[in-house]
Design a protein around this ligand. Structure first.
Ligand code: NAP
Ligand code: HSE
Length: 432
């Protein structure tokens, strides 16, 4: 049996999962890869920190050079997170012809080009299955199994933390903060959970997925983003009344040669398969012009599911049957240029919740403004006096309309004396 020496950079949630799988599935990995995988070094920040896994003291280091300078280490797994020093360390390892596996979506989405180019120029493999949707094999799914298709639409629940929070708010009526704390304790959240709850993590993942699905370079800033912090329990209850649920959806669609790329809380019909994706589970729903509808489903975060994707990437390197020191990669995510639509030119149906004065004629004033901006209504719901005797809540569901039009209408509605405030606006996707 051939032996390969690898190094881990990071022994947190994901690193511990990788370590566990490499040990518990040692025999299977040997059979499948043809190699005995030996973890020669593990880079951490703090040697004295308590770990959930037991690793031999002598392989733990705080000095990156112990990995870089050791030519017997052929594969380096980056599960540290963040931009630098992860970026700098990976570039240096590629210079030394070490193969790289990473789970770092933030770095891939914001500075991936430099890493892909370096991997190409140095002839090393650069695998990143774990960067999107944890244990779901979506990168390889798109990049290998679906290459016969023209992908037309992609809808993803790609952030485990926010799906966990929304599930707990919906099914157990938990407060946002309590649910977030639970997601952090389970190891789903990023070191700074702002990345999860404000939609940045899903934005990075959509940039990575759509660059592969549509064969084009995606600047992450062209992916529209909204997080879930504005979602209140009352919105979840109203959604239910309209037979819908709220999910943080990553959406990529091709329309007349232009791409629509957006991440935002979305009301979707209860009957759609994505509505039944709960907890930290993720799912990616794809429409391909040959395969039709397809859904990938699984654990989107956590130590072992993410470790599963990382270890598979290691095995893929070993199985590629290449001379590990001499590999020619193929550029896959920059085949052609696609224009990205500005959010104001995208169209949606909308849920609008407003607080208005309890007086006659208010609804008429609002619908007149909406009509002026070509916004037609599918449903109107008015709730009687709740907290205050002068205030009532109105919920409107619109037909499909461009964002620019709805924004102009909302600006005028806010100025009405009878309107106290717009409480929330949430896009609706009915997949039609
Ligand atoms: P984590 O629990 O915070 O672990 C990070 C690890 O990297 C720790 O062991 C830390 O050392 C080490 N580290 C960080 N900066 C370092 C530095 N400058 N020098 C040396 N060691 C350093 O993070 P995680 O949740 O495992 O996530 C790791 C990566 O995987 C991130 O890119 C994340 O986005 C991605 N990811 C995470 C998940 C998930 O479910 N958590 C899923 C998919 C992808 P110490 O332990 O000594 O502090
Ligand atoms: N924080 C991420 C999530 C980890 O919650 O989905 C998996 O990428």
């Amino acid at each position: 049996m051939k032996k390969v020496r690898i190094a881990l950079m990071g022994l947190g949630n994901v690193g511990a999962g990788v370590w566990t799988i490499l040990n518990s599935n040692k025999k299977e990995i040997m059979k499948r890869s043809g190699y005995e995988v030996e973890v020669a070094k593990i880079l951490v920040r703090d040697r004295n920190k308590h770990r959930d896994v037991e690793v031999p003291d002598e392989i733990v280091t705080t000095d990156f050079n112990d990995i870089l300078e050791d030519d017997s280490i052929k594969i380096v797994v980056e599960v540290m997170g963040g931009i630098n020093p992860a970026r700098e360390y990976m570039l240096k390892c590629m210079d030394r012809k070490k193969q790289i596996v990473t789970a770092n979506k933030m770095l891939l989405a914001t500075g991936g080009d430099e890493l892909f180019e370096k991997a190409d120029s140095k002839g090393v493999m650069f695998n990143y299955e774990a960067s999107v949707a944890g244990g779901i094999p979506i990168i390889n799914g798109i990049d290998e199994s679906l290459t016969a298709n023209k992908i037309e639409e992609l809808y993803g629940i790609v952030n485990g933390t926010t799906n966990y929070i929304l599930t707990k708010m919906q099914l157990e009526k938990l407060d946002f903060d309590v649910a977030l704390k639970q997601a952090q304790d389970m190891g789903y959240a990023e070191a700074d959970p702002t990345s999860d709850i404000e939609g940045f993590d899903a934005q990075y993942k959509l940039a990575i997925l759509s660059s592969l699905a549509f064969g084009t370079k995606i600047n992450v800033d062209n992916v529209y983003r909204e997080g879930i912090t504005k979602i209140k329990s009352v919105d979840i209850r109203y959604a239910k009344k309209f037979n819908m649920v709220i999910k943080l959806l990553a959406i990529a669609k091709e329309n007349e040669g232009k791409l629509e790329l957006k991440v935002h809380p979305t009301m979707i019909p209860e009957s759609h398969p994505l509505a039944n994706v709960y907890d930290s589970f993720n799912a990616i729903f794809i429409k391909g012009n040959a395969v039709g509808d397809l859904m990938f489903y699984g654990r989107g975060a956590g130590s072992l599911p993410t470790g599963s994707a990382v270890v598979s990437d290691i095995i893929a390197i070993l199985r590629s049957n290449m001379d590990i020191e001499n590999f020619n990669s193929v550029v896959k995510n920059n085949l052609w240029h696609r224009e990205i639509k500005n959010i104001k030119d995208c169209a949606s149906k909308f849920y609008i919740r407003l607080s208005v004065m309890d007086q006659s004629g208010v609804l008429g004033e609002i619908t007149t403004i909406l009509g002026k901006h070509n916004v037609s209504l599918r449903s109107v719901m008015q709730k009687g006096r709740e907290e205050s005797k002068d205030k009532v809540t109105i919920v409107l569901i619109t037909h499909k309309i461009e964002e620019a039009e709805i924004n102009s209408a909302i600006k005028e509605i806010v100025d009405l004396k009878s309107v106290m405030q717009i409480d929330n606006i949430i896009r609706i996707e009915d997949f039609k």
